[in-house]
Write a protein that binds this ligand. Structure first.
Ligand SMILES: *Cc1c(COP(=O)(O)O)cnc(C)c1O
Ligand code: SF4
Length: 372
């Protein structure tokens, strides 16, 4: 024998009854929080094992049994596994990496509110997520149990929104805002919708991906009360669009009257190919979700092994344009390090501009000239 050991791994689905499995609180209570426990379900390499203790102080580990059940038990390159299992590369330092790449803390007039653009504000409501994504931009504070935002902070934020008539949109974010109870969400949405200058409310959540059982009829009834709600979720791979995820998205749309969009992060080894992205974008559209943004991975510490060069991202987007429906295409953007906000990345089709004409290259590589 060569030291390879064939082990029978437990099936996370056998952790509880069928009823437990569909209960989001059960999933949260039964999260897998350490290497030993994880290795009962999937095989870990020696560096993966080591990465747990060494990355522990930098960013917590957690996965729901549900999200774990999507991972391949033996394949270390599985696109689901890469998103939640710490890799030793997280310890590599890159001179460009920052603790707070988007400088959210310095655009924070009151605790939890990042007011970068004049007309919209991002509201950080919870430190908790069901699964901690290894590439998270907010790993400086997400997963930390101290200083949890509470009612006093919320009152202060609500007062800030009331006193700033230029704010037309509030984005509930975190951590995961759907970690709050239905009644707390109802309270926050009622307050926001009572502010006359607030035109629209958005929720940024990864729970449809990592904990789809959080989408219940009760939650949908709350969301429907506050119509219209725009919910932006975060699928990165078509494997994440399971039958359960699709069923609950359909519930959101039908019972909650919610408009569902998606933002993905371009991640090396997870979705950086034409096939992976076209599968993802078509699967999203098939589930009733409009692909909104594809993000360049932020320059956050410990994520350089995930980053795909912008030139490659542009190449992928150009290969997709014309090949898949425009409805299924997101906009490729980068959130500028230093807090500059998001800008679209230039998938430029203009080949030449003269005084009275433009020459464009189409998706097939053919040139066409049009007048100005
Ligand atoms: C991304 C982001 C928004 C929303 O930007 P959109 O382009 O409207 O989706 C708002 N505020 C902050 C701080 C953000 O990072
Ligand atoms: S769900 Fe969002 S906030 Fe939570 S760990 Fe993942 S990327 Fe970070």
């Amino acid at each position: 024998m060569t030291g390879l050991r064939l082990t029978t791994k437990k099936d996370p689905k056998k952790l509880g009854s069928d009823q437990d499995w569909l209960n989001w609180k059960w999933q949260i209570q039964h999260r897998i929080l350490g290497a030993e426990q994880l290795s009962e379900f999937i095989s870990l390499t020696e560096p993966e094992f080591r990465s747990f203790s060494e990355c522990e102080d930098l960013f917590s580990f957690s996965t729901t049994p549900y999200y774990l059940s999507l991972a391949d038990r033996e394949n270390h390159h599985c696109p689901i596994r890469l998103q939640f299992v710490p890799q030793i590369e997280e310890l590599h330092s890159n001179p460009r990496d920052r603790v707070d790449p988007l400088e959210e803390e310095s655009h924070m007039p009151v605790k939890g509110v990042t007011h970068r653009y004049p007309d919209r504000a991002l509201w950080y409501l919870s430190h908790v997520c069901a699964v901690y994504c290894r590439f998270c931009t907010r790993k400086r504070k997400v997963s930390q149990s101290f200083n949890t935002p509470g009612m006093a902070d919320w009152e202060e934020a609500l007062l800030y929104f009331r006193n700033h008539p230029e704010i037309k949109e509030v984005i509930l974010s975190g951590g995961d805002p759907l970690n709050l109870s239905d009644s707390k969400l109802d309270f926050l949405l009622t307050e926001l919708k009572s502010i006359p200058h607030i035109n629209q409310v958005r929720i940024h959540t990864r729970y449809p991906v990592t904990l789809p059982m959080r989408i219940t009829s009760e939650l949908c009834a709350v969301l429907k009360k506050h119509f219209p709600i725009f919910l932006v979720t975060h699928f990165n791979h078509s494997k994440e669009l399971t039958a359960l995820a699709k069923e609950r998205i359909s519930l959101l749309v039908k019972e909650g009257a919610v408009s569902v969009l998606n933002q993905s992060v371009l991640l090396k080894g997870v979705n950086d190919s034409v096939e992976a992205l076209s599968d993802l974008f078509y699967s999203l559209t098939n589930a009733g979700i409009k692909p909104y943004y594809l993000h360049q991975c932020d320059e956050v510490f410990g994520s350089s092994h995930f980053r795909v060069p912008i030139s490659e991202g542009v190449r992928l987007m150009k290969a997709l344009r014309g090949r898949i429906s425009g409805l299924s295409m997101p906009l490729y953007v980068v959130d500028l390090t230093g807090g500059g906000g998001k800008v679209p990345l230039p998938t430029d089709y203009l080949e030449e501009a003269t005084q009275n004409s433009y020459v464009f290259k189409n998706f097939n590589g053919d040139l066409y000239e049009i007048g100005i």
